[in-house]
Design a protein around this ligand. Structure first.
Ligand code: PGA
Length: 251
């Protein structure tokens, strides 16, 4: 049985002042029935780990380099993330793909490094508005999934996040029908490649303008195992009700 996951991606937001948000999240969910993950900027991981260490809240990086070490100014390795207290990492977020030219090949290399280093790896995929309007959503998502998810993926090592680019940070959410169609397609593609048992173990998150007001509707969609939340994860007052909605969705 897949354990649901509420993941927060803080992106390039947060300094020491924001640590109290994690304290509030911890206080609100002492024994959650879903997994809770915060991916703060790398500068905060270790300080946050000092607070989440004895709690059920996990921490993750927002990106990693595929290499173990070396001349890669400004980059961060899997071992560095783990050393700071991360147990997860996001790879292939559409902002990384767009701002840093990351290809499926780059993302897959990062995912291989991350899983090899023991981090549960959230691989992000999703179509642009132009691609959706051209009727190419499943083509694009299928290609990204095949290209970005490493061989040997299991439910313990890989999480897939479907994030339509046009829904990220825009307030535009995909409809339950749109989400359901893509999530079922992803599950079927995973089953074709890895077998039904493994596909059944891999969590598929939805991301893109998830907030307290739309969370329950999204979590009711088949094959949605949680959410990757950006803006609404920054404040415990916004993220906590999303966690609660996910707990309520476990039949
Ligand atoms: P958003 O971001 O919730 O602010 O739309 C989601 C994401 O990029 O993971």
């Amino acid at each position: 049985m897949r354990r649901k996951l509420a993941a927060g991606n803080w992106k390039m937001n947060g300094t020491a002042d924001s640590l109290t948000e994690v304290d509030a999240l911890i206080a609100g969910h002492p024994s959650p029935s879903v997994d809770i993950l915060i991916c703060p900027p790398a500068t905060l991981i270790s300080r946050m780990a000092g607070r989440t260490g004895r709690t059920p809240i996990a921490l993750g990086g927002q990106d990693c380099h595929a290499a173990a070490s070396g001349a890669h100014t400004g980059d961060i390795s899997v071992a560095m993330l783990a050393d700071a207290g991360a147990t997860y990492v996001i790879v292939g977020h559409s902002e990384r793909r767009a701002d840093h030219g990351e290809t499926d090949e780059t993302v897959r290399a990062k995912a291989e490094a991350a899983t090899g280093g023991g981090l549960t790896t959230i691989v992000c995929i999703g179509e642009t508005l132009e691609e959706r309007e051209a009727g190419r959503t499943l083509d694009v998502v299928g290609r990204q999934l095949a290209g970005s998810v490493p061989d040997g993926a299991t439910g313990a090592t890989i999480v897939v996040a479907y994030e339509p680019v046009w829904a990220i940070g825009t307030g535009k959410v995909a409809t339950p029908e749109e989400i359901g169609e893509v999530h079922a397609f992803i599950r079927a593609e995973l089953a074709r490649r890895f077998g039904a048992g493994t596909a059944d173990d891999i969590r598929i998150l939805y991301g893109g303008s998830v907030k307290a007001a739309n969370a329950a509707e999204i979590f009711a969609v088949g094959d949605v195992d949680g959410a990757l939340v950006g803006g609404a994860s920054l404040k415990a007052a916004d993220f906590s009700p999303i966690v609660t909605a996910l707990e309520a969705a476990i039949g």
